[in-house]
Design a protein around this ligand. Structure first.
Ligand SMILES: [Zn+2]
Ligand SMILES: [Zn+2]
Length: 98
């Protein structure tokens, strides 16, 4: 299922054959368009998980993350891998989507 189909199905009170109704599909498409026009992107948790290194960061004395190769982080900037791990950790327990 695409992210749009998953979003639509989670809010749909009248699913048809395991798929969201056309009204909820339309609402989910509008939602995803709004997200994308704000410069954000909707990806599946599986994709983010596959792209995220489970290893902890380790920082050199310049503040760069040696573990993940982000060697030129500015003060206050975080390693993108750490941010991705936090996003995954914040997800509610997921039930099987078949
Ligand atoms: Zn619906
Ligand atoms: Zn890192």
């Amino acid at each position: 299922m695409t992210p749009v189909e998953l979003i639509a199905l989670s809010g749909c009170s009248r699913p048809e054959a395991g798929r969201a109704c056309s009204i909820c599909i339309g609402a989910a498409e509008a939602h995803v368009h709004a997200v994308e026009s704000a410069g954000l992107v909707v990806v599946s948790a599986e994709l983010l998980d596959a792209l995220t290194d489970p290893d902890e960061c380790w920082f050199d004395h310049h503040g760069g993350c040696q573990a993940h190769g982000y060697l030129s982080l500015e003060p206050g900037e975080r390693c993108p891998q750490a941010e991705a791990r936090e996003l995954l950790a914040a997800l509610p327990e997921r039930t099987e989507n078949v």
